[in-house]
Design a protein around this ligand. Structure first.
Ligand code: PGA
Length: 256
């Protein structure tokens, strides 16, 4: 039996004081709820230190939303994986559709970032997912296959075993439209088939595959109870402590 994972992607939201209040509320709620699911929060860079300070209570882990493809040096404005690792950050979201879309991060760039993360002992939460036109034209499997293969399959088995995958249909992100439980289940199963072909059944079974896209306290239980769904990557609903903890509790009800 293994624990599910619930990761909160705060994106570019909140002021310093709002972030502080959210962390305090999360601490209080987590202390009381004690969910068995692993909880990860991914604040913006300026709030990372505040989050890792409180992480010492062991109620949650802290992830970043991005890393530089470079090691260190004259790259103004960039934040390296090594810097984050030195602040006890444990995870990093990579391949998010917003970074693919607004910052032109392609498969090649993402392989570099995945390598940077792993070389610095950060666990990548690697996002894949199709757009609405791709889903409607029946290309969703092909798109996700390309993203998984091109972004991750250069890794050897030991490296790949550290990666968490998040299936996030782009049309479900921030839209209030979730994938149906069947759509999530089918895509998670397809992703595992791809992994099995490359790394074998054991690795495929062991890989954590999260669902993301308008997941909230109303739909989390149904989504998390689908076979092969190992938890969620939560955007909007991670900005309210009560809502986020409710999702964490729902992820704690069933074991994978
Ligand atoms: P959402 O975002 O929950 O607001 O749809 C999910 C994500 O982008 O990770």
């Amino acid at each position: 039996m293994r624990k599910k994972i619930v990761a909160g992607n705060w994106k570019m939201n909140l002021s310093f004081h709002e972030a502080e209040a959210l962390i305090h509320n999360l601490m209080d709620e987590l202390e009381e709820a004690k969910p068995t699911a692993e909880v990860i929060i991914c604040p913006s860079f300026p709030f990372i230190e505040m989050a890792t300070d409180y992480m010492e209570e062991h109620l949650f882990k802290v992830g970043a939303q991005n890393i530089s493809p470079f090691d260190s040096g004259a790259y103004t404005g960039e934040v390296s994986a090594a810097m984050l690792a030195s602040m006890d950050v444990t995870h990093c979201i990579l391949g998010h559709s917003e970074r693919r879309k607004y910052f032109n991060e392609d498969d090649k760039m993402l392989t570099i970032k995945v390598n940077q993360a792993l070389a610095n002992k950060l666990i990548p939460i690697f996002c894949v997912g199709e757009s609405l036109p791709e889903r409607e034209s029946g290309k969703h499997l092909e798109v996700v296959r390309r993203q998984v293969r091109h972004g991750l399959f250069h890794l050897d088995t030991d490296e790949f075993a550290k990666v968490i995958i998040a299936y996030e249909p782009v049309w479900a992100i921030g839209t209030g439209m979730t994938a149906t439980p069947e759509q999530a289940k089918d895509m998670h199963s397809y992703i595992r088939t791809l992994i099995a072909e490359r790394y074998g059944d054991e690795v495929a079974k062991a890989t954590m595959v999260l669902y993301g896209g308008s997941c909230n306290s109303e739909n989390a239980l149904e989504i998390f109870s689908q076979e092969g769904v190992d938890g969620g990557l939560i955007g909007g609903a991670s900005l309210k402590a009560e809502e986020f903890i409710s999702i964490c509790k729902q992820a704690s009800i069933q074991d994978v």
